[in-house]
Design a protein around this ligand. Structure first.
Ligand code: KG4
Ligand code: ZN
Length: 343
């Protein structure tokens, strides 16, 4: 079954064609980063307008990349939520219209479950497995018991990991989005420069990042006040750059350890030996390395991490989810902006 899927839940306009949930025939992403950069965050109204302007070209691009016509796809799918309501409406209404015009069945998809499904793309992963889902809006530990049954074992009590990264990026004036910039800068910093706390929560598999975010902000302010020399402008900039690198590295090290320890403890308790990571933050080099190192040292574990192109928002994962676990086949189903719960 070839599914043409559309994704417009936030600031990426994406279309893809995937066969039987795994084989990617095409995947096109029109990013809006340049549009939102001057504002330091996604402007919802601007995002929706841009989706409306580029959606048709994006679909044509995906069809031509796969060398297919609309009549050669079997089903049209779209993200129904959660996400920005104006943005969601563009992709969902386009998919519904195409489905009615081309007389192809429609499938609606849950954005978070689709991130999990990014691990099925071009891979042989099958449930059951434990999935760490880390995106801009959500942080969850999911026990994927079968293609259609997923249990949430833990989630963030405050900020999502991506959100925390973006806030630290903003604090350090690293541009938008902050996550990839913090990740990049952290590679040249000292991860032990500023000891930051791993938050302790009573519920073992839940997360909290707001305390870490505040501690990081304080460490940065203190370092700027205490460590920047007043000798010349040049050394001041050098000092500031070094502090920023060390702050990024210290923050990243703490986040990675928190995510890894919780995931590992959860896997051991469940006796699940197949691990997967998903969501935009799974593009993070520190997280990828930590989990890969663990899997290398523990061959009884099998690790799945999506290729970089399928970590952040894309439509191939929407097509995969439409194949394995759509939330609806009903073309009349409305979009929803908030719904953190899967299933
Ligand atoms: O999954 P995603 O594309 O959108 C949501 O569904 O939220 O995730 C976007 C988030 C942003 O917060 C972005 O800063 C973060 O993923 N992100 C990263 C990296 N790449 C993207 N965070 C840390 N390190 C990265 N390399
Ligand atoms: Zn996403």
């Amino acid at each position: 079954m070839r599914i043409l899927a559309l994704e417009t839940s936030c600031d990426e306009t994406a279309a893809a064609i995937v066969e039987d949930g795994r084989a990617v025939l095409s995947s096109v992403i029109y990013t809006q980063i340049d549009l939102h950069s001057p504002f330091g965050g996604v402007v919802p109204e601007a995002a929706a307008r841009q989706h409306a302007e580029t959606m048709n070209a994006c679909i044509e691009h995906a069809l031509s990349e796969a060398n297919l016509s609309l009549s050669q796809v079997d089903c049209i799918a779209a993200t129904l939520g959660p996400g920005l309501i104006g943005s969601l409406l563009i992709g969902a209404n386009t998919a519904k219209t195409l489905s009615l015009l081309a007389e192809k069945p429609f499938r609606g998809v849950h954005h978070l479950y689709a991130h999990v499904c990014s691990n099925y793309l071009e891979s042989s992963l099958e449930p059951p497995f434990l999935c760490l889902l880390v995106s801009g809006g959500h942080t969850q530990l999911l026990h994927v018991k079968s293609y259609k049954e997923t249990e949430i074992l833990g989630e963030t009590l405050d900020d999502a990991v991506g959100e925390a990264y973006d806030k630290i990026g903003r604090l350090l004036e690293l541009g938008f989005p902050g996550g990839p910039a913090v990740d990049k800068l952290s590679t040249s910093g000292n991860p032990k420069a500023y000891p930051l706390p791993i938050s302790k929560i009573k519920t073992p598999y839940d997360f909290s990042f707001s305390g870490l975010k505040t501690a990081t902000m304080r460490a940065y302010e203190k370092a700027c006040a205490n460590e920047i020399t007043e000798i010349s402008k040049v050394s001041e900039n050098q000092d500031l750059n070094r502090i920023k690198k060390d702050i990024c590295a210290s923050f990243q090290r703490t986040v990675v350890e928190t995510l890894f320890r919780k995931t590992h403890a959860c896997a051991e308790a469940l006796g699940v030996k197949t691990l997967a990571i998903a969501g935009g933050v799974s593009a993070n080099q520190g997280i990828r390395q930590r989990f890969k190192q663990f899997a290398q040292e523990n061959p009884d574990y099998t690790l799945y991490i999506p290729p970089m192109d399928y970590c952040t928002d894309n439509a191939a994962m929407i097509a995969s989810s439409a194949f394995f676990n759509p939330i609806t086949h009903d073309v009349n189903q409305e979009v929803f902006s908030r719904m953190p719960v899967i299933n």
